[in-house]
Structures are given as structure tokens and as C-alpha cells.
Ligand binder design. Structure first.
Ligand code: PMP
Length: 446
């Protein structure tokens, strides 16, 4: 067996060995070049090998890499908190740093529950998510995820939090139903779930403003998130938005919640916060939460050894500097429009591709058995996984999305710094992989 650090290699899955990265490209030890059309896992948002970030990391590591959060605060963490909360909507004026998206959503549970305890409501402990959602692999975050494939493995270890139906018009809107009517119906379905769980026991709900890997870029119908905000206010339930994928520019805005006109009580960010240069994530909190937690017994939601370490924070500051100095969000909007137009052209030429959807530089589509009915292929065909391998063979990285029986979606999330000619190359490689998919798609009709 190989002495590999990656468990899957022990299970017989072969990965090439990456040697370096440059802009939107990664290279392996056999000299192959890959266009990183998924930013790895929707993470490498400023591309690979950015010198200024490497330089900022070197400088900070030489000055002080680590200090512990109950002994010191540090300049980079304070500055990062200041800049993030200034960019965030509403009075999300406080930040707590963790090391991964899972830790962020896990911290959000503890903060939500702690806030209710201090307000004299100790029974409000449930956090409701939705089907087709993913909030992380720790047992609390998995308990909130509607990840039908990953939950059963740990069934009895998870909290039995109920999950609400998703908001995904292509699959679940009724024929002829308006966007507004579907938004209302999907939000009402969530409300019914909260009421059935007993709002007196519900601390919060958690929602990805645009669902990522669990669905393949599910953009909710317009007004849906605003309705959820109203429902939460009415039922005295907190709203957690999981912007681990959508935060920090991925959709062409700093936060997707800003575009939707919604201020959550807690907002989780990860991935693009460090753009992959270091493990780092954060939870932004509204003032009323922090005041409640601070007013009480002094039981803090706690963090982790590396929470807010100076090296991680300095790295994220360098990433933020890069995003601002190079007007990267504007590029995401322009290149996103180019990518979307190209994807729609490819979908028109390949009838087994449907529902091109997305925003900024976060795009997805589904494979269907039949363009007229939109029926998905049998999950046993593993459409997304097969396509990811075809793309890899072309030198293009895309991300498999969806959960069986809807394991038929693909995500694109290239670095937000991608150039016009690189978007054209991405579309060319994707087109070649789609041509390779044709014989596979013919088998789905059986
Ligand atoms: N939330 C969302 C929306 C995610 O996409 C992910 C990771 N794919 C997570 C949380 C968990 O983040 P991590 O893998 O960094 O723990």
C-alpha cells in the first residue's frame, strides 16, 4: 500500500501528484496541465501561485506565526475582522475565526444555542437545514445537512434535526407556477417544518443562499430568502446563512446575501476567504447575538487552537488586498457573463444538458435523460462522476455535484481572476468532454 496521506489512495483510487500552480492552471509531475475550472473545491478564487500572498505569508511567519487567542489578540486578526465586517451587510459587526467551513457552521450552532440560553430560552437547541444541502463533515454540521448520501453512515451519532424541502425550481416548481408563487410555496414549506419541530425548541435555521455541491448551484427563486428572514423574525428563530462557497466574491458580490437583500443573524465564510492559501474560515455575527452572549453567564461558544492565528489572518488580508487591488469582483461579473453564454450554447448543442444556472463565476448544470421531460439519468450511471473523469482527461477540472438520486449535476467555479481567453479555453475543453459524454448519454435512455 502507498504511504499516502490521502485515505482514498489506500482504497485504490489513483490521483496524479500536483507539483505547482500558476494562475488558473495546475501542473502534475508528468508535465500535464489542468485548467482549474472548479478552483479545486470552489476555493482557489485568486488563482494559484500569487506572489504577493506568498510574500505576505513569509513576512508574517518570520514576525510571529502563532499566538493563542485567550492570551493575545493580534494585528492581522483585528484588521481582518474590521475589513470583513465592513464589507458584510447590515450590523454583522463581529467576527470569529476558525479553520474550516465545517468548524464555522459548527460554531454557528454553538453561538445560536448559547445566545438563546443567555436570553432564558435554554430549550431552543435545534438547527434546521434543508434537503440537498451541505454544511460540513463534523457531526453537528452534518446533522444540519440534507445530505442523504453522507448522513446514513453516522446515523445514530447525529442530532435528529429535521430538514425542510429545498428551493430548486427546475426540479420542484409546478408546471406554470410563477417564480413568486414558487418562492412563497418553498418558504411556507420551511415554515411548516419549523412549526412541526416546535419553534420553542428551534434555535436557528441554516441555508446556503445558493446551494453548492449538494445540488450543483441551486439559485433560489427571487424573494425566497427574504421570506425566510420574515418567517425567522416572526417565529423567533435565528437565520444562519452558509456563504462558505458564495462569500468573498464568488457570485460577483462580496456576499450573496447582499444581492438578496437579506441580513442573516450569523454568516459563515470559508473557502474564498483564504482562497486556499491557508485553512481559514469565519463566522460573522450580528451585534444583538454578541450582546446576549456577553451579558450572560460567561459561557463562550469557544474556538480552536488555531482560531485567528496571525499567519492565517495575514494570509487572508493579502487575499483581500488582491481582490480589491485588481477589481476581481468586476472581472467575476464580466467573465461570468461570458461563461454563462458559452454554457448555454453548449447546452443547446447537447440535449442531455439542462438548466444552466448560476451567478458571477459560480455555475452549474444537470444531465438529463431527455431534454423534454428533464428526467435525470438513473443514479447508478453516476453521470456527474463520469463527466468529471472525462474533463480531467481533457485537462479540465470541474466539480461533481448533487446527491443521489440527483447525482447528475456539475459545478464550475474557476478563479475569479480568469481571463477572457482562458474562459474560451475552458469552454473548448468542456465542449470536448461533452462530445465524449454522448455515447454515455445514449445509454441513459434504456
Ligand atoms: N458549507 C458549504 C456550503 C460547503 O460547500 C462546505 C465545503 N464544501 C462546507 C460548509 C464545509 O467546509 P469545509 O470542507 O472547509 O469544512
Amino acid at each position: 500500500m502507498p504511504a499516502s496521506a490521502l485515505l482514498k489512495q489506500h482504497l485504490g483510487v489513483h490521483y496524479p501528484t500536483v507539483t505547482h500552480g500558476e494562475g488558473v492552471f495546475l501542473f502534475d509531475d508528468e508535465g500535464r496541465r489542468y485548467l482549474d475550472g472548479a478552483g479545486g473545491a470552489m476555493t482557489a478564487s485568486i488563482g494559484h501561485g500569487v506572489r504577493e500572498v506568498a510574500e505576505a505569508m513569509r513576512e508574517q511567519a518570520a514576525r510571529v506565526a502563532f499566538s493563542y487567542r485567550t492570551q493575545f489578540t493580534n494585528g492581522p486578526a483585528e484588521e481582518l475582522a474590521r475589513r470583513l465586517t465592513a464589507l458584510a451587510p447590515g450590523d454583522l459587526d463581529h467576527a470569529f475565526f476558525v479553520n474550516s467551513g465545517s468548524e464555522a457552521t459548527e460554531f454557528a450552532i454553538r453561538a445560536a444555542v448559547g445566545h438563546w440560553r443567555e436570553r432564558g430560552r435554554p430549550h431552543k437547541v435545534k438547527v434546521l437545514g434543508r434537503e440537498l444541502s451541505y454544511h460540513g463533515m463534523t457531526l453537528g454540521s452534518l446533522s444540519m445537512s440534507g445530505h442523504a448520501a453522507r448522513r446514513p453512515d453516522y446515523g445514530s451519532l447525529l442530532h435528529p434535526f429535521p430538514v425542510a424541502p429545498p428551493a430548486h425550481a427546475f426540479r420542484f416548481a409546478r408546471p406554470g407556477e410563477s417564480e413568486e408563487a414558487y418562492a412563497a410555496r418553498a418558504a411556507e414549506a420551511f415554515e411548516r417544518e419549523i412549526v412541526a419541530a416546535d419553534p420553542g425548541t428551534v434555535a436557528a435555521i441554516i441555508v446556503e443562499p445558493i446551494v453548492g455541491a449538494a445540488g450543483g448551484v441551486l439559485v433560489p427563486p427571487s424573494g425566497y430568502l427574504r421570506r425566510l428572514r420574515e418567517i425567522c423574525d416572526r417565529l423567533e428563530v435565528l437565520l444562519i446563512l452558509d456563504e462558505v462557497i458564495t462569500g468573498l466574491g464568488r457570485t460577483g458580490a462580496w456576499f450573496a446575501s447582499e444581492t438578496e437583500g437579506v441580513v442573516p443573524d450569523l454568516l459563515a465564510v470559508g473557502k474564498g476567504l483564504s482562497a486556499g492559501y491557508t485553512p481559514m474560515a469565519a463566522v460573522l455575527l450580528r451585534t444583538h447575538l454578541v450582546e446576549a452572549i456577553a451579558s450572560g453567564s460567561g459561557v463562550a461558544p469557544f474556538g480552536h487552537t488555531f482560531s485567528g492565528n496571525p499567519l492565517g489572518a495575514a494570509t487572508c488580508l493579502a487575499v483581500l488586498d488582491h481582490l480589491e487591488a485588481h477589481a476581481v469582483l468586476d472581472n467575476a461579473v464580466e467573465r461570468g457573463a461570458q461563461l454563462a453564454a458559452g454554457l448555454r450554447r453548449l447546452a443547446a448543442a447537447h440535449p442531455f444538458v439542462a438548466d444552466v444556472r448560476g451567478r458571477g463565476l459560480l455555475w452549474g448544470f444537470e444531465f438529463v435523460r431527455d431534454a423534454r421531460t428533464g428526467h435525470p439519468p438513473d443514479p447508478a450511471h453516476q453521470a456527474a462522476a463520469v463527466f468529471v473523469r472525462l474533463c480531467f482527461a481533457e485537462g479540465l477540472i470541474v466539480y461533481p455535484a448533487g446527491i443521489a438520486p440527483l447525482n447528475n449535476a456539475v459545478m464550475l467555479a474557476p478563479p475569479l481572476t480568469i481571463r477572457e481567453d482562458e474562459v474560451e479555453l475552458l469552454l473548448e475543453l468542456l465542449g470536448a468532454a461533452l462530445n465524449g459524454m454522448r455515447p454515455e448519454a445514449e445509454r441513459w435512455t434504456d
